[in-house]
Design a protein around this ligand. Structure first.
Ligand SMILES: Cc1cc2nc3c(=O)[nH]c(=O)nc-3n(C[C@H](O)[C@H](O)[C@H](O)COP(=O)(O)O)c2cc1C
Length: 307
């Protein structure tokens, strides 16, 4: 069976995955944290924790709250910073078979461009995923990904600063995700990942206050799956570049739904917290499904549910 997928077909070097199962940023650390639990080299790709120019301590506690079929988090991009990532993590990744994709976050367009420049030509880094769900401090804190213009501006700046393939990760917190997807594809994104978390909150009724230290957080997990799936379906139907589906994927059948909706690959996020082997279980479940259905090439399933 052939499960391989090319996520950057128009890119000079490309981004070839042995299979479509990736991990979602912020839910799988730097990969190393999971290496004693299963053979992480079997995954299609690992996306590491969101990385910023300077190390960040993140938001005040509490930063996690469970909701019905979901999780609210306001981690606030706690991370070691790009310099430590290059020095401490990349050399290890360089010896791995599984490609590692670095997820980046910034407060200005220049931050993103600088990050992309620093990560360029570092052994062990196969691609960049741009998190555009971050507040643009020069535009009053609106998310870069909320408007086509700012989403395209970040994409173009990152593309100009790196020779690596670039995935742009969309936020669902916008009125028209199709417009944003088209804008980032036109600006040069090699692939589009979606979705990031949906903004939400929870109130502690004993204290009569929001429970999270940051007041709001990002909703993830099975609760968001139908929203994510529909956005993937819509976006994959109109853009030429590969789409990576993410949002509530917990089982192989969830993953197959996203692939049939048009995703070339999928990311497993919150499911890692309840089942750290979830990505591998999902990969094996996809293989079993293909065997049962007599499908020898994964590409035959991609977009199968598109009209
Ligand atoms: C604890 C936590 C931390 C996250 N950190 C990041 C991050 O640093 N960068 C990013 O682009 N997405 C981040 N995400 C979003 C996930 O990568 C993913 O897009 C989202 O959770 C939806 O997928 P899921 O429902 O499978 O978790 C984070 C999610 C969680 C739950």
């Amino acid at each position: 069976m052939n499960l391989s997928v090319q996520l950057a077909p128009k890119h000079q070097r490309g981004l070839l995955l042995a299979n479509p199962v990736m991990t979602a940023s912020g839910t799988f650390g730097y990969g190393t944290e999971y290496s004693h639990l299963f053979d992480i080299q079997r995954l299609g790709a690992i996306v590491c924790k969101g990385t910023t120019l300077k190390p960040r301590e993140g938001n005040p506690q509490p930063r996690l709250a469970e909701t019905a079929s979901g999780l609210l988090n306001s981690i606030g991009l706690q991370n070691i910073g790009v310099k430590a990532l290059i020095k401490e993590k990349a050399p290890l990744w360089a010896s791995w078979r599984v490609p590692v994709i670095v997820n980046i976050a910034g407060e200005t367009v220049d931050d993103y461009a600088q990050l992309a420049g620093e990560l360029d030509r570092i052994a062990g880094i196969s691609a960049i995923e741009v998190n555009i769900s971050c507040p643009n401090i020069k535009a009053g804190g609106a998310e870069f990904g909320a408007k086509p213009e700012s989403a395209a501006e970040v994409t173009a700046a990152v593309k100009a600063a790196t020779s690596l393939p670039v995935l742009v990760k969309l936020t669902p917190n916008t009125s028209d995700i199709v417009k944003i997807a088209k804008a980032v594809a036109e600006a040069g994104a090699d692939a589009i990942s979606l979705i990031n978390t949906l903004r939400g909150t929870v109130i502690d009724i004993g204290k009569r206050r929001p429970l999270l230290g940051n007041i709001s957080g990002g909703l993830s997990g099975p609760a968001i799956k139908p929203v994510a799936l529909y956005m993937v379906y819509e976006v994959a139907g109109v853009v030429e570049v590969p789409v990576v589906g993410c949002g509530g994927i917990t089982t192989a059948s969830d993953a197959i739904e996203f692939i049939m909706a048009g995703a070339s690959a999928i990311q497993v996020g919150t499911a890692n917290f309840t089942n750290p082997r979830a990505p591998l279980d999902i990969l094996e479940g996809i293989e079993q499904f293909m065997q049962k259905e007599g499908i020898s090439n994964l590409t035959d399933l991609i977009g199968a549910a598109q009209g």
